[in-house]
Design a protein around this ligand. Structure first.
Ligand code: ARG
Length: 610
């Protein structure tokens, strides 16, 4: 990210790291040294101080001067410039530094006063996110779970940076799968009006209510349909014929398709709500079908789409490709449109026909589709469909079971989203069970039972999300409900619990009329906690650049641990003086806000009690 793209938004105007680097640059400049090495990093060992600047060593080489001499000159300027309590030249020419307590306190106070917790606001961009991608009549599975969870987190991270995001679920709601399903429905529900000799007359009356079946039937019918088409060429031919009729606008099939789509979207929206995932647009493959014929003929005319063995393709190979990239197939010899054709038309529609006008489109889709997206992006660029638009595939790896193989249900089928979530929620209920049992003993009523259930959901879903987000998205991970729901270790519930605990300390303080006051940073554990909080803006910026929520997951876990150490070392409510207590309450409030904000960016909500 270029420096000039940043608007100073936090009251301090700079992140702590930015301010430290500025102090170093000033010192290097005052010594007549190039500022390229004016950087400080956290010291790798505590006995080396807090921060370390190693810039004198490479400079010594290029300038032909002794490194200790350079380090000494820099150290002198750093002492004169202020901002550090300790400046020491050590070893071969390192400068060991300890930030001034006053500067740290000022930073912490500014971060506490900033509703954005210091997150740096970027120049606003319209960013479109394509995630979820469930298919009509099929239940969401574990792959969709990853797309939903990662996509939602990226949406929240980019919004926190001040971007204007538009999320689109991009439903798989068109194509052969629809014909296959209609063929099956015709067998099981032959009396539906859309199969009557004059479907036009009957179609108007066909809606979700008059269908006489729901999502559960669809979920049963779809696998039957798929299996029949696989085994029986006649059935496949029938499915193709029905698909063609649907695509040609047969009003009965269109009415049926519309009703099926509505039923399945309704169920899927319940899943989105359970996962707290937000979509601005609920568009799908079907929405761009009308663009396809003119797009294909235009590509043909311009010589970008060429005939090859009866099919229409776009050459997308580029000179420097390590492996030859196969051409993108737009239409098969039978003329049927393909997945890639729809994705290309979708780019055209998003960029040209909608008022979204995105500067970037991010696709959160299985890494196994990497080649597909590279081909589509190249074709879009060749065709000039996305001028100035950055097209990005943020791929993700496979979710495996504890056996290291792709996660399956106990029956051996592809695990459905609802099973996964319910599995984690059940485990959370068990873990929380002890607490609930206590409450029951104390005569808890229906209210508490409802609360306990809400809590189990909150914790179970947090566990799943955190487990999914805490490894880099390209690597797969092992789905292990037992581990992910644990309150110990790097888990969602652990971080949630840390957050709740700080909340209860603050509540106890409030009950005793103790108020947060000016921040003072004295004890090592206070310094460590304030430092860790100050890292938040850098972590968010880096997670956004790398489209990597795992950086935030790592961070909140570290912060939770840093708070635990602080709480062990530094009594808050029983601090030695009223000022200390007020300062520690302020620092605790800061830590709680940063933790909560960090979890929010992962899509995780914090319960009031746990
Ligand atoms: N429906 C697809 C699937 O289930 C995912 C769609 C991803 N998005 C896209 N623009 N192709 O695999």
């Amino acid at each position: 990210m270029k420096e000039n793209q940043k608007q100073a938004a936090s009251p301090v105007g700079l992140t702590l790291a930015g301010e430290i680097n500025q102090l170093l640059e000033n010192a290097f400049r005052a010594c007549g040294l190039p500022t390229s090495h004016a950087r400080a990093a956290r010291a790798s060992r505590p006995e080396w101080g807090e921060l370390q600047c190693n810039g004198a060593l490479p400079l010594a080489k290029s300038l032909g001067r002794p490194p200790r001499e350079i380090a000494a000159a820099v150290a002198e300027q750093l002492r004169a410039g202020g901002g550090f309590d300790v400046v020491e030249v050590a070893g071969a020419g390192f400068v060991n530094l300890k930030l001034s307590a006053a500067l740290l306190a000022r930073h912490a106070q500014a971060q506490l006063d900033d509703p954005a917790c210091g997150i740096v606001q970027e120049t606003r961009q319209r960013i479109m996110l394509d995630y979820g991608g469930p298919n009509v009549a099929k239940p969401l599975h574990v792959g969709h779970l990853r797309s939903l969870v990662i996509g939602e987190s990226l949406r929240r991270i980019l919004r926190a940076q001040g971007h204007d995001t538009v999320s689109d679920v991009h439903l798989g709601d068109w194509g052969l799968q629809m014909g296959m399903l209609i063929a099956q429905i015709r067998r099981d529900f032959p009396s539906l009006s859309c199969f009557a000799p004059q479907p036009e007359l009957a179609a108007a009356s066909l809606d979700e209510a008059s269908l006489g079946f729901g999502m559960q039937d669809l979920q049963r019918l779809y696998p039957l349909a798929a299996a029949a088409c696989k085994d029986d060429p006649a059935r496949m031919a029938e499915a193709r014929e029905l698909t063609a009729a649907l695509q040609a606008g047969h009003s009965g099939y269109i009415a049926l398709w519309r009703a099926i789509r509505a039923i399945s979207l309704q169920v899927q929206q319940q899943d989105f709500a359970a996962l707290d995932v937000h979509f601005d647009l609920l568009l799908g493959e079907s929405d761009v079908q009308a663009l396809i014929p003119p797009m294909l003929s235009e590509l043909r005319e311009r010589g970008i789409g060429i005939e090859s063995e009866g099919a229409l393709v776009v050459q997308v190979a580029e000179e420097n490709d390590a492996h030859p990239m196969p051409p993108l197939l737009l239409a098969k010899s039978d003329g049927a449109a393909l997945y890639a054709t729809t994705d290309l038309a979708t780019i055209l529609s998003r960029v040209r026909d909608s008022d979204v006008a995105p500067a970037r489109i991010i696709y959160v889709v299985d890494q196994r589709q990497a080649l597909h997206f590279e081909q589509v992006f190249r074709a879009a660029r060749r065709a000039g469909y996305a001028p100035g638009v950055e097209l990005v595939h943020a791929g993700f790896g496979t979710v495996n079971g504890v056996d290291g193989k792709p996660y399956k249900t106990r029956q051996g089928g592809v695990a459905q989203l609802a099973d996964l979530l319910n599995g984690a929620i059940d485990k959370a209920r068990e873990r929380l069970g002890a607490l609930a049992a206590d409450a029951a003993e104390q005569g808890a009523g229906v209210d508490q039972a409802v609360q306990a259930e809400t809590l189990a959901r909150l914790v179970g879903i947090a566990a799943v999300k955190f487990a999914d987000l805490s490894s880099y998205r390209i690597s797969g991970y092992i789905f292990d409900p037992e581990r992910m729901v644990s309150f110990e270790g790097k888990t969602g519930p652990y971080v949630q619990y840390a957050c709740v605990r700080i909340g209860s300390i603050l509540a106890r303080a409030a009950a005793q009329q103790l108020q947060p006051g000016p921040i003072e940073v004295a004890a090592e554990a206070e310094r460590a906690l304030v430092f860790e909080c100050a890292r938040f803006p850098e972590v968010v910026a880096s997670a956004a650049t790398n489209l990597a929520p795992n950086e935030i997951a790592d961070y909140v876990f570290n912060l939770a641990q840093t708070f635990s150490r602080f709480y062990l070392d530094c009594p808050v409510l029983a601090a030695e003086s009223a000022e200390r207590c007020a300062s520690r309450l302020a620092i605790s409030t800061l830590a709680r806000r940063v933790l909560e904000r960090g979890l929010y960016l992962l899509g995780i909500a914090v319960p009031e009690k746990m």
